[in-house]
Design a protein around this ligand. Structure first.
Ligand code: PMP
Length: 307
C-alpha cells in the first residue's frame, strides 16, 4: 500500500485502474533513464464545499512546455489532461488533494538509442494536507546551504524533468541528515537559486526580492506571489541574491505548490529577522490560503471548479 490514502483509482492513458494495481513494466524506459516530465498540482475545498484546482491551466501549460523541450509528444490535448485531473479527483471522491500528472516513455524497446517509444500519461491524486510539519507554517523552517549546486543548463533548472530531480533529492537528503528542514541550492556563481522543491523570497525594508529564473524553476506559486504582492501594493523585484542577503533579510520564505508559503527561520544556524514568521510572510500566507479556497473573488480566475 502506498501512503496512507483513501484514493482508489489512477488515470492511465485515458482509463482508470485500481490504485494498487496500476502497473508499469520493469523496462519502462523512464524508470531507467529519467526521460519524462511531471507536475505537482493542488486542489482545495472552498467554503461552499466545492473543490477547485488551483491554476490548473498554468500547470498543464508547464507540463506540455517541458515535454516539448525534451521532444516528448503528449498523446492528449491540454483540455483532455485538464479534464482527466478533474475526473481523477471526482473518481477518488476528493475535493482537496495533491495531483501528480506524469508523462513517461514505454517499454517497447531499450537502451539510450531506443526510439518509437510510446508516450504515456498517468494521473494520481491523494490527500496531502501538509508537505512539512504544519507548526512550521508559523515557526518557520531551518535551512542550510547545499553542497549540491543548481544545474547550469536552464533546460534542467527551468523544467520539471523527472531525471533532474536526483539533484534536489541529494540536496534535501543531505540537509535532513544535517538536522535541517530543507536545502538551499546555489547557482554556479554562488548566488541563491532555490530550495529542493521551492522558490525563495526575502523581504527587505518592506519589499520582496527573489532570484530571477536563470537558474531556478519559474514556480507557479512564485508567479502567484508576484500578483498577490502587487495587489497588496508591495514592491517586488527579481534580483541576484547571495547568502548574506538572506542572513540580513527582515523575513524570508519559500513558495511551492506543496509547501505553499513557508517561512524560513534560519539559514546555516543564522537566525533571519525575528526568527519566526514575519508580518509580510504572514499576510501573504493568509492571502494565498484565502485565494486557493475561493474566498477572494479577485483571484477566482485561478480556480477551476471540480464538478
Ligand atoms: N523549484 C523546484 C525545483 C520545484 O520542484 C518546485 C515545485 N514544483 C518549485 C520550485 C515550486 O514550483 P511551484 O510553485 O510551481 O510548485
Amino acid at each position: 500500500m502506498f501512503l496512507n490514502t483513501d484514493s482508489k483509482y489512477i488515470w492511465l492513458n485515458g482509463e482508470f485502474s485500481a490504485w494498487d494495481e496500476t502497473k508499469v513494466h520493469m523496462l519502462t524506459h523512464t524508470l531507467h533513464y529519467g526521460m519524462g516530465v511531471f507536475e505537482g498540482v493542488r486542489a482545495y475545498s472552498s467554503s461552499d464545499h466545492h473543490g477547485n484546482i488551483f491554476r490548473l491551466q498554468d500547470h498543464t501549460e508547464r507540463l506540455f512546455s517541458a515535454a516539448n523541450k525534451i521532444d516528448l509528444k503528449i498523446p492528449f490535448s491540454k483540455d483532455q489532461i485538464n479534464s482527466a485531473q478533474i475526473e481523477t479527483l471526482l473518481k477518488n471522491n476528493l475535493t482537496e488533494g495533491y495531483i501528480r500528472p506524469i508523462v513517461f516513455l514505454g517499454n517497447e524497446s531499450m537502451g539510450l538509442r531506443a526510439k518509437d517509444l510510446s508516450v504515456n500519461v498517468a494521473i494520481a491524486c491523494w490527500e496531502w494536507p501538509s508537505y512539512m510539519d504544519p507548526e512550521k507554517k508559523e515557526q518557520g523552517i531551518d535551512i542550510i546551504k547545499s553542497p549540491y549546486n543548481q544545474y547550469e543548463n536552464p533546460l534542467y533548472s527551468n523544467n520539471k524533468i523527472i531525471g533532474t530531480y536526483i539533484n534536489s533529492i541529494m540536496a534535501l537528503q543531505d540537509a535532513l541528515r544535517k538536522g535541517a528542514d530543507e536545502a538551499l541550492l546555489l547557482d554556479k556563481h554562488g548566488n541563491i537559486s532555490e530550495g529542493s522543491g521551492e522558490n525563495l523570497f526575502i523581504v527587505k525594508n518592506g519589499s520582496l526580492l527573489t532570484p530571477n529564473t536563470d537558474y531556478c524553476l519559474n514556480g507557479i506559486t512564485r508567479q502567484s506571489v508576484f500578483e498577490i504582492a502587487d495587489s497588496m501594493k508591495l514592491e517586488i523585484c527579481e534580483s541576484i541574491l547571495n547568502i548574506d542577503d538572506l542572513i540580513n533579510a527582515d523575513e524570508a520564505f519559500f513558495t511551492g505548490t506543496a509547501v505553499e508559503v513557508m517561512p524560513i527561520r534560519s539559514i546555516d544556524n543564522n537566525i533571519i529577522g525575528i526568527g519566526k514568521r514575519g508580518p509580510i510572510t504572514e499576510a501573504l500566507q493568509t492571502k494565498y490560503s484565502q485565494i486557493v479556497r475561493g474566498e477572494d473573488k479577485h483571484f477566482s480566475h485561478w480556480l477551476t471548479e471540480i464538478n
